[in-house]
Structure formats: structure tokens, C-alpha cells
Design a protein around this ligand. Structure first.
Ligand SMILES: *[C@@H]1O[C@H](CO)[C@@H](O)[C@H](O)[C@H]1NC(C)=O
Ligand SMILES: *[C@@H]1O[C@H](CO)[C@@H](O)[C@H](O)[C@H]1NC(C)=O
Ligand SMILES: *[C@@H]1O[C@H](CO)[C@@H](O)[C@H](O)[C@H]1NC(C)=O
Ligand SMILES: *[C@@H]1O[C@H](CO)[C@@H](O)[C@H](O)[C@H]1NC(C)=O
Ligand SMILES: *[C@@H]1O[C@H](CO)[C@@H](O)[C@H](O)[C@H]1NC(C)=O
Length: 450
């Protein structure tokens, strides 16, 4: 255990060297990007005018709006369903809503405000708010699967025809998932979310041969869509609450497992996954909490201690290194997202995880990495966890999937503005740099929120 402290020092030294190279690279990256602002260039980007006409809304120019970066709320129909779950941004409404009168002269409520809503079901939200919510890709995909199953088994010609028509409509919205590959690098929280996603499509989870990490992937055959997860952190029976990931053990995982198998994680472009989502907040927390426990010779793990500046330096260097490994593996244009930390469902608190997350937001801005702010959107929804850390199958896992596909859609050249699909991805993805259309704008909008 003493070796991990030593390892940290060595790593910092190695990283300092890497930093210089990284900084040089970043300078080049940033300077090659013109500050173009919002994209205002409608027709040129589209390879398919039919789509364009059908899907262009009243908006004539693309605006870069990330619905998941707007204030809003999670709408779910019931707490047990994955259907009808979405993030609903407050684009309008709220301030414009009028109640005739809230209370009469005697203070008796006139308008019914309180109802038995616990999870924003049924009557809520108003339809126009819901219309501008981001597309529920996950639900559309599930609908596709269920209609496709119906089409193949339906005997009545009329119903078969109706289902076939529905299927074709869905196909026109979902064709861009074909041959795509999503790589998720994280911990058991991510692995759980990935397995909920795979299970929703009856896609078999295939585990790689490892004994001290976990590599799992599934292929959703409806689109030949592959989802892969690489796991940091302790896996298996030897785990205990003092088990931790050290900087060496992270290195070992890369060298022994992830890098050697990275060649099999490629999507449409043949060289990289189409989107990478990564984070290791809770294991980062565990690392520092364990270091402190050893330092003060306690048995107990203290999750209330605030990390110091040097610890944040070590952590952000680790992030930098991770991003740089991924870019070395897959090229610098591969879209990478940092997924914000989902705090634990325990009484212990998570001060270090919050500190790390805040540092990560800063690091992402410097490293030109966008943020998938899942942790922020679902903070407080602990009753939807299946244990201390993992999220159960249900509304939150559906929200995660919707977000992941929103970003994947964008990475393929799709543009969605306030719930309207104003531009569908081009089928020839090599001609568009979909991600960069809004990337600069979103990087400028990055907020430090924790
Ligand atoms: C545009 O997309 C539609 C819908 O899939 C397709 O039928 C049509 O052939 C496409 N047109 C071109 C020019 O690619
Ligand atoms: C809720 O989900 C069901 C099943 O997917 C769907 O038929 C229904 O239209 C959805 N309701 C809303 C308001 O989206
Ligand atoms: C599935 O997608 C991958 C990645 O694009 C591709 O290499 C593979 O050939 C595809 N398989 C089929 C059966 O289309
Ligand atoms: C998917 O990959 C297969 C095999 O490489 C290819 O034949 C097919 O055209 C691809 N589909 C799309 C939509 O790119
Ligand atoms: C697990 O893998 C490590 C690293 O290759 C090896 O040293 C160890 O012996 C393996 N343990 C088992 C139980 O196979």
C-alpha cells in the first residue's frame, strides 16, 4: 500500500513530461479551430434534401443548444418504467404560466396546485414543454424492436401492413445507428448502465477474458450497434471497502487489457468508436480516501474530508493522461465525453468525489473534452439506485441511454434543436465532421457547477 504513494510521485513526474507535450498539442488544437460560434449554414450540410425538408422545422439555421445543459427536470411516467422518461428543459413556460388566483381573500386555495404527483407522472409536464424535450432515442429504439418483432410474427395482413409502415417510419429516424460503436470507460456504475441498455434489446453481454478488470460488450443486432465497457476499479471477490485503484493498477489495466483489445472497438469510420464516454470519479475518490486513511492510521474511511490542491493536481493529471491515451489509440478527432460523477447512495457523504468532479470540469475545458452531465441531472435520485452506487434499470438508466444517443446522433452529423431533428446524419459519415459543428460553442458554455 505504501507503494501507491510512491507510485503517485513517479506518476506525477512522468506526467509532467507528458504535460509539456500535451500542452503543445493543445495549443495546436485550439488554434486550428476558428471561433465560428453557432452554426448558421443550413442547406450545405445535408446530403439528403428529402430528409432536410421533412425534418426542418421553423428554425432555418442550426443553433447549438444542448438540452442536457439547460435547467429542467426529469420527467418519468412511473418510477418503474423506462418508457416516457426524458429530461425536460425549461425553454419556456414557467415564468409565463398564469394562475387566475392562487388564494381567495380568506387564504383558501382557489387553484389546485398540489396533487399526488411523486414522479412527474401523467398530467405533467404541459405538452409544449414535452415537445421541446430532447428526442427519446432509447424509447424509439425499443419501439422499433417491438414493432419489428410484431411484423415478423403478425398474421393479419392489415395489421402487418400497418406495423410495417410504422417500422419504416422508425427506420427513417434510426438508420444512423447502423454499424456504430459506443465505448464507455468507467466503473461498475457505467457497466451497470451498459448492461441495462443491452438487456433492453436482448443483446447478449460478452465478457472478455480478464481476472482483475471487466471488459464487456454487446451487439444490438437491430442496427449492428456495439456497446463496449472497460472497467476501472476493483472487480470480483477480493474487493473490500479498502480496496482501491492505484495509478499503477490503472496503468496495468490499460497495458494488459484495454490497449491490446482496443482495435476491436471500431465503428462506422473503421478507425475509432463513434463516441467515447469516460469517468472514474468514485474510484478516484476511493484512492484518495484510502491514502488518507493510511496517512492517519485510521481504520475508518473518511468521505467528509476535502481534497487538497495537490491531490486535485494528481487527479487532473490522470484525466489528462486518460484523454491522451484515448486520443493516441483512436485519433484526435474521436468525440470524447466526460460523464460527471453520480454520488453514492450512502450516509457517508462524497466530499472528495465532488472535489474531483469540479476539478474534472476544469480539466475538460482545458483538454477540449465535452461534459455529459448525467451526474448533475440525476443527483438526489438515490431511491433509483439498486445498491450504494449502481443505478437500477428504470427511468434513470433510460435517461442515461437517451443522453448517450443524443451525443452519438450529434457525432454522426445530426442536429437537434429544442426537440426538432433539424438535420439527420449523412449516410456517408466521412464527409461530415458532425461533432465539431457545435463543439466549440458547447465548450464555451461549459459551466462549473459543483
Ligand atoms: C433520402 O432519404 C430517404 C429516406 O430514407 C431515401 O428514401 C432517399 O433515397 C434518400 N435520398 C438520397 C438522395 O439519398
Ligand atoms: C408513453 O409511452 C407509451 C409507450 O411507449 C406511448 O404509447 C405513449 O404515447 C407515451 N406517452 C407520451 C405522453 O409520450
Ligand atoms: C458491423 O459494424 C462494424 C463496425 O462498423 C463492421 O465492421 C461490421 O462489418 C458490421 N457487421 C455487419 C454484419 O454489418
Ligand atoms: C454496415 O457494415 C456492413 C459491413 O461492412 C456494410 O455492408 C453496410 O453497408 C454497412 N451499413 C451502413 C449503413 O453503413
Ligand atoms: C490474474 O492476472 C494477473 C496478471 O496477469 C496474474 O498475475 C494473476 O496470477 C492472475 N490471477 C489468477 C487467479 O488467474
Amino acid at each position: 500500500m505504501q507503494s501507491s504513494l510512491y507510485g503517485a510521485k513517479v506518476l506525477v513526474r512522468i506526467l509532467l513530461a507528458a504535460t509539456v507535450v500535451g500542452a503543445l498539442f493543445l495549443t495546436l488544437q485550439f488554434s486550428s479551430k476558428l471561433p465560428t460560434g453557432a452554426i448558421e449554414e443550413p442547406a450545405e450540410h445535408s446530403a439528403n434534401a428529402t430528409y432536410e425538408n421533412k425534418l426542418t422545422s421553423s428554425e432555418n439555421s442550426y443553433k447549438c443548444i444542448n438540452p442536457y445543459a439547460q435547467p429542467g427536470f426529469i420527467w418519468m411516467e412511473t418510477r418503474n418504467t423506462v418508457d416516457n422518461t426524458t429530461w425536460v428543459p425549461f425553454y419556456s413556460g414557467l415564468l409565463d404560466e398564469q394562475f387566475a388566483q392562487l388564494w381567495d381573500a380568506k387564504g383558501v386555495p382557489v387553484d389546485k396546485i398540489i396533487d399526488d404527483t411523486r414522479y412527474f407522472p401523467n398530467y405533467f409536464p404541459p405538452n409544449d414543454l414535452l415537445k421541446s424535450a430532447p428526442t427519446q432515442w432509447f424509447q424509439l429504439m425499443r419501439q422499433y424492436k417491438s414493432v419489428a418483432d410484431t411484423v415478423s410474427t403478425e398474421k393479419s395482413p392489415d395489421r402487418k401492413e400497418a406495423s410495417t409502415k410504422t417500422l419504416q417510419e422508425l427506420e427513417q429516424q434510426l438508420y444512423w445507428l447502423q454499424n456504430r460503436s459506443l465505448l464507455v470507460v468507467g466503473d461498475s456504475v457505467d457497466e451497470t448502465l451498459v448492461s441495462h441498455l443491452c438487456n433492453s434489446f436482448d443483446a447478449t453481454l460478452e465478457y472478455g477474458q480478464t481476472n482483475d478488470t471487466s471488459i464487456v460488450s454487446c451487439n444490438i443486432r437491430e442496427w449492428n450497434l456495439t456497446v463496449t465497457h472497460w472497467q476501472f476499479g476493483c472487480v470480483g471477490h477480493h474487493c473490500s471497502n479498502v480496496a482501491g485503484e492505484t495509478l499503477e493498477s490503472i496503468d496495468q489495466k490499460w497495458n494488459q487489457y484495454f490497449i491490446p483489445t482496443s482495435g476491436s472497438v471500431v465503428g462506422q469510420n473503421g478507425v475509432s468508436p463513434d463516441l467515447i464516454i469516460f469517468q472514474f470519479g468514485l474510484w478516484g475518490e476511493q484512492f484518495f480516501v484510502n491514502q488518507y486513511r493510511q496517512y492517519v492510521h485510521w481504520r475508518r474511511l473518511d468521505y467528509t474530508r476535502t481534497l487538497n490542491y495537490k491531490e486535485l493536481v494528481v487527479y487532473t493529471q490522470l484525466l489528462r493522461r486518460t484523454v491522451s491515451i484515448l486520443r493516441d489509440l483512436y485519433g484526435h478527432s474521436v468525440p470524447i465525453l466526460y460523464r460527471t460523477v453520480a454520488l453514492k447512495n450512502t450516509k457517508e457523504q462524497d466530499m472528495p468525489a465532488l472535489n474531483l468532479d469540479s476539478a474534472a470540469r476544469y480539466a475538460c475545458r482545458e483538454l477540449d473534452v465535452e461534459i455529459m452531465d448525467f451526474g448533475w441531472l440525476m443527483r438526489g435520485y438515490y431511491s433509483f439506485y439498486s445498491d450504494d452506487v449502481n443505478i437500477d434499470n428504470g427511468p434513470l438508466s433510460a435517461l442515461w441511454a437517451n443522453m448517450a444517443f443524443w451525443y452519438l446522433f450529434r457525432s454522426q452529423g445530426g442536429v437537434e434543436v429544442r426537440g426538432d431533428l433539424v438535420k439527420m446524419p449523412d449516410t456517408d459519415v466521412t464527409t461530415v465532421d458532425g461533432w465539431n459543428m457545435c463543439h466549440d460553442s458547447f465548450m464555451r458554455d461549459l459551466k462549473i457547477r459543483s
